[in-house]
Design a protein around this ligand. Structure first.
Ligand code: PFF
Length: 465
């Protein structure tokens, strides 16, 4: 059992909802649809699904097992197993967490801002998205508000804060998304959007699609940065890691998939059935903030503002269960390894991350310098670049090292022993064989190869596929 002063999830459901809450976030609802759009539609979706189940699910199981075995944070876990020289993996994870939260908080701030704007009568906010994101006073305040909420729940600890939050917010979010999906299917031309989303065009398959799908799978499942090592460290020995991870993967993939049914029929409706817009400059990070509100407008100003406001409130809830997990990674390190009090470390780490996020805050129109300072092909804003860099480089390296470490350094027998705790009949089962094959062979080999493909494609323009 976790020691009392570290905290623990009160039961398996608490863990599942918190980890699913970490996974389900802006990545599913804000990022997935525009990555699908930019990646050419269904070809991207097929790759994404393959990566989630064959590569990412095994990485998730491994992370949770390492965390539960050691009952330690992302860095301490490697030390706890006696391999101090591998704790660089945890260090990469903490760096990734800080960088991701620095820009994620800005977008999360936009969502809470949309809620506030819509319910206070500014229904047309989506028409002036560009001037909204460059209004530094407004978006700055919203970002401060969001970071404060995140800090509050992390400071309350595991069962009192993070778990309680997820139990209420996750079911409400799913309900709301389903309502919007049903409504968007009733709109004219909806089926053109569905076709774009579901019928793969093999000619669209190239290194950028593969790289986008892999990056999205890692990001969306919160992998490669020790978030699930950290959450796993609060899990009881009696709980089944394999089935919990399967559930989390299914929930995350399911919600992203359903979010596509929400957005693509709407894009088709807004553009008279023409889907080329999602691959143009108008798509990208603004898709959900510009296109989606179109659906609320069709409901008229009163009802539209109500439903739109409610939707963005739920989107901020989804973001909140993810931001708490991002902040928890460095905070648990500070509490476990540096002996700091939880409250104090929350304040210090949150303040640091906010400062790191200032370029992202200014990089969406507020400052010409930060808007243009660092662009990659396809990266229209500073945080798009940061999002790609952190995920492609840090999360992929993290994931690769984690499976390599578990299989060959810590050793697979120990890993399977840990997985067997809480899962009667695991040893010798199909799950055992599948995970042995994927964790020890498939994931390290494919991740290693794909990393080279992605790296050469994104940073040197060399396409191997
Ligand atoms: N999975 C989250 C999302 O899809 O929005 C983002 C995220 C959270 C990434 C936590 C990484 C992480 F450790």
């Amino acid at each position: 059992m976790a020691t009392a002063n570290r905290g623990a999830f009160s039961n398996r459901l608490g863990f599942i909802l918190a980890a699913a809450g970490s996974a389900v976030g802006l990545g599913n609802i804000w990022r997935f649809p525009f990555e699908v759009g930019l990646g050419g539609g269904a070809a991207f979706v097929v790759m994404y699904l393959l990566f989630c189940f064959l590569l990412c699910f095994p990485v998730m199981v491994t992370e949770v097992a390492i965390g539960r075995k050691t009952q330690k944070n992302a860095i301490g876990a490697f030390n706890g197993l006696g391999f101090k020289n591998w704790n660089f993996v945890g260090k990469i994870g903490i760096l990734a967490g800080i960088l991701i939260l620095s820009y994620y908080n800005v977008i999360a701030g936009w969502t809470i801002g949309y809620f506030i704007e819509m319910v206070s009568g500014n229904f047309g906010i989506s028409k002036v998205f560009g001037s909204y994101t460059s209004d530094i006073l407004k978006v700055g305040i919203y970002a401060v508000i969001f970071m404060s909420f995140t800090s509050y729940f992390v400071s309350k600890g595991i069962s009192g804060g993070i778990e309680k939050l997820a139990k209420v917010l996750m079911p409400s979010l799913i309900f709301m998304i389903l309502c919007v999906v049903i409504y968007s299917f009733t709109l004219p031309n909806a089926m053109e959007g569905v076709k774009f989303y579901l019928i793969p065009d093999i000619s669209e398959m190239n290194a950028s699609v593969v790289s986008g799908a892999l990056r999205q799978a890692f990001f969306s499942l919160s992998l490669g940065m020790g978030a699930l090592i950290t959450y796993g460290s609060y899990l009881s020995r009696n709980d089944n890691i394999v089935s919990s991870s399967a559930f989390i993967t299914l929930a995350d993939v399911g919600i992203a998939f359903i979010a596509g049914f929400m957005i693509f029929p709407l894009v088709a409706y807004n553009n008279g059935g023409d889907m080329s817009m999602v691959q143009s400059d108008q798509a990208g990070p603004g898709l959900i903030f510009v296109t989606l509100p179109g659906i609320f407008e069709t409901l008229g100003p009163g009802l539209g503002a109500f439903v739109g406001g409610f939707f963005f409130l739920l989107l901020s809830f989804a973001a909140l269960t993810s931001t708490v997990s991002l902040l928890e990674v460095p905070v648990s390190y500070a509490v476990d390894e540096l002996g700091m009090k939880r409250q104090r470390s929350v304040i210090l780490v949150a303040a640091l991350i906010f400062v790191v996020g200032i370029p992202s805050l200014l990089g969406n129109g507020a400052s010409d310098f930060f808007t243009n300072w660092f662009k990659m092909p396809g990266g229209s804003t500073d945080f798009t670049t940061l999002a790609i860099l952190t995920t492609d480089v840090l999360l992929l390296i993290g994931g690769f090292c984690i499976v390599l470490f578990a299989s060959y350094i810590w050793r697979k027998e120990n890993l399977h022993q840990e997985l067997a705790s809480g899962y009667e009949g695991y040893l010798g089962s199909f799950a055992h064989k599948f995970l042995n094959f994927t964790i020890c062979y498939l994931s390290p080999i494919l991740l290693g190869l794909l990393f080279v493909v992605v790296f050469l494609n994104n940073y040197f323009g060399i396409s191997l596929i």
